[in-house]
Design a binder for this molecule. Structure first.
Ligand SMILES: Cc1cc2nc3c(=O)[nH]c(=O)nc-3n(C[C@H](O)[C@H](O)[C@H](O)COP(=O)(O)OP(=O)(O)OC[C@H]3O[C@@H](n4cnc5c(N)ncnc54)[C@H](O)[C@@H]3O)c2cc1C
Length: 374
């Protein structure tokens, strides 16, 4: 399915944005928005064109995620996780699933985080045991975005052979033995449908394995991780753009009537607004440099990718916090949509790899140390 940019823009402004407030208020799954985005070719954007997809690059996907995040963080996160999982399937998955994603009839997501190892996605405790041509999965996944709506999960387990290592699987969500937890009721991204998924003897085909047994971490680091980190930076940038624009409108149109001036004419308020713009523009420049480094195969590309999510996540937290301050009581109420972005922005800090983990990875990368201890 071809990606139609004009149709995408119309869907964002006519469907995604108008539903965003209700989705947040009620913790609703964004049914209408996703259906319209699917029709515009958004779900198939990153699948190769010879598999019927849009043949889009990571930079194209980043534009989509940024734009979606300006309108509805929950919808942006659903599409982000779909693109991150699709990157693994594109590299190691079967042609029929790639074509289904390309046609927009298959939503996928990552099922990495577990109750036991928490944000340490590189250390799954869940197992896979082989019996003939079947693999039996047992695990307690703690957070799976889109869990109830997805067609498949890109799933991590311990390696089948040996104590160490990780293996990836393409798991149909309808597999008997999988059970989704109760509804998501979170601080932000309230419509992203992220719930725990438990596997109890869930039997899948042996050939649903993605890549070699034990090679799962290398595959995740080479495919899902770069897409997730860069798109997460685009997601945070979209939130920043939305609050900065909303803040600018509010400050320019709200008057201190007894003084006969607008809020933006107050120097301290103006300086805070300038800080918001600076942080947003700096994040945009950093994201563009990261995408440029990847496209050119620059030596610092891996470092930029690791830095991008941490930098953007923390910048979005600062920018949305400043917006809450300078817009005062109007931001505290829901009408400006600022407090929603303030809440939504906090997810990226704790989504794995968390800011703390990324700081450790960046420190290791610039010191010549391995990202993870053996
Ligand atoms: C909205 C949302 C959607 C999500 N969707 C998905 C999904 O689709 N798929 C998926 O697999 N996961 C998903 N996750 C889970 C996410 O990736 C993280 O695994 C989860 O948020 C981590 O929470 P935790 O309480 O388990 O973290 P914990 O591991 O308990 O960490 C708590 C804090 O301790 C810090 N910390 C932990 N270990 C260290 C360390 N060694 N050094 C320094 N600091 C450390 C962390 O940085 C964090 O700040 C989602 C999370 C959210 C919030």
């Amino acid at each position: 399915m071809t990606f139609d940019v004009d149709a995408f823009e119309r869907v964002v402004s006519d469907v995604v944005l108008p539903h965003a407030r209700t989705i947040d208020a009620n913790g609703e799954w964004p049914t209408e928005g996703l259906a319209a985005l699917t029709a515009a070719g958004v779900l198939g954007l990153t699948v190769a064109s010879d598999q019927g997809g849009g043949g889009g690059s990571m930079a194209d996907a980043a534009l989509v995620i940024e734009r979606l995040a300006t309108a509805c963080g929950s919808t942006a996160m659903i599409v982000l996780m779909h693109y991150a999982a699709t990157a693994v399937i594109e590299a190691h998955g079967p042609a029929e699933v790639r074509s289904a994603i390309g046609a927009g009839s298959h939503l996928t997501t990552l099922a990495f985080s577990e109750f036991g190892s928490r944000s340490h996605f590189w250390a799954p405790a869940g197992t896979a045991t082989i019996a003939g041509d079947r693999a039996r999965l047992d695990a307690r996944k703690s957070w799976v975005t889109s869990a109830r709506a997805a067609t498949s999960y890109v799933w991590s387990s311990r390696a089948v052979a040996g104590d160490a290592g990780m293996t990836l699987w393409l798991v149909p969500s309808a597999t008997p033995g999988l059970e989704c937890g109760s509804e998501f009721d979170g601080l932000g991204l309230r419509g992203n449908g992220s719930v725990p998924v438990t596997a109890t003897g869930a039997a899948i085909d042996r050939d649903a394995q993605l890549g070699d047994d034990g090679a799962g971490l290398d595959i995740a680091l080479a495919t899902a991780l770069p897409w997730f980190l860069v798109l997460s930076a685009a997601f945070s940038l979209g939130l920043m753009e939305a609050v900065t624009s909303e803040t600018g409108s509010h400050l320019s149109s709200t008057r201190l009537e007894h003084l006969g001036v607008t809020l933006i004419e107050q120097p301290i308020v103006r300086a805070d607004f300038a800080r918001m713009r600076l942080a947003t523009d700096a994040t945009r420049a950093f994201l563009a440099d990261t995408l440029g480094a990847l496209a050119a195969g620059r030596e610092d590309a891996v470092l930029r990718v690791l830095e991008s999510k941490a930098l953007a996540a923390e910048a979005a937290i600062d920018v949305t916090d400043l917006a809450m301050k300078v817009c005062g009581g109007a931001a505290f109420r829901k009408e400006l949509g600022i407090e929603r972005r303030f809440r939504d922005s906090r997810a990226a800090r704790v989504m794995a790899p968390t800011t703390d983990a990324l700081l450790d990875f960046v420190g290791r990368a610039v010191s010549g140390l391995p990202l993870l201890d053996a």
